[in-house]
Ligand binder design. Structure first.
Ligand code: 0HH
Length: 209
């Protein structure tokens, strides 16, 4: 089996949860930066004209959440039973909804949109606080059940980008704070976040955060 390739721009963006999954689980992969020659070489190769793209031998997979689900199935990171997998999917879709709000504000309306976005953040984060409390284990950093799953990395990245935007946004959410800390302190994640590769990537393509 060849090594995975992650084709993406040199930003955290929609690639970061997959990078966390690789790093935390000791899975080797090659990073391919598609920024140069994006329009000429890469874009037409992508099923929806966008990246991230995961290559696994003959498989060429785009859509960041499809990539996470694929790796989740392949590496035993998709819950312990059907019910857990369903909650993992549900939280994944909730994360997607908030990520779309975040990305829209960052790319289309940062100057006027940041303040109302931050004001609305507690309302947006509350469902995740309740879900982790009910279905997961915050101290261990499990969103669902008592086992690592791909959604943990997606939730961690969502919290991380919002903490950069609004440093106190987790203060009133004890479960999310504990969850965030648990993932942050995992050796593979902590070591990765100390690398130049991580530090030199901006969160977003326009440098706003
Ligand atoms: N639903 C998709 C997913 O979840 C959305 C992917 C997406 O928006 O995977 N991809 C964007 C890059 S993410 C894309 O491919 C934002 C990072 C921006 C980095 C700089 C972009 C420079 C572009 C020349 N966008 C490129 C495109 O649509 O042509």
């Amino acid at each position: 089996m060849g090594k995975y390739q992650l084709i993406y721009f040199n930003v955290r963006g929609r690639g970061e949860a997959t990078r966390y999954l690789f790093k935390d689980n000791g899975i080797d992969y090659d990073e391919v930066n598609c920024r140069e020659n994006w329009a000429k070489e890469w874009k037409s190769q992508m099923a929806f004209g966008q990246t991230p793209c995961l290559k696994d031998n003959d498989l060429s997979l785009v859509q960041s959440n499809a990539i996470l689900r694929y790796l989740g199935r392949k590496h035993g990171l998709y819950g312990s039973n059907e019910e857990e997998a369903a909650y993992i999917d549900m939280i994944t879709e909730g994360i997607e909804d908030l990520r779309v709000k975040y990305v829209t504000m960052i790319y289309k309306n940062y100057e006027n949109g940041k303040e109302p976005y931050v004001a609305d953040l507690p309302k947006q984060l509350l469902p995740f606080e309740k879900l982790v409390t009910k279905h997961g284990d915050d101290k261990s950093g499990f969103s669902v059940g008592n086992k690592r799953s791909f959604v943990d990395y997606a939730l961690f990245d969502l919290l991380d980008i919002n903490v950069v935007l609004a440093p106190n946004c987790l203060d009133d959410f004890p479960a999310l704070s504990a969850f965030y800390k648990a993932i942050l302190n995992r050796p593979g994640i902590a070591a990765y976040r100390e690398t130049e590769a991580f530090k030199e990537r901006t969160i977003n393509g326009n440098g706003k955060q």
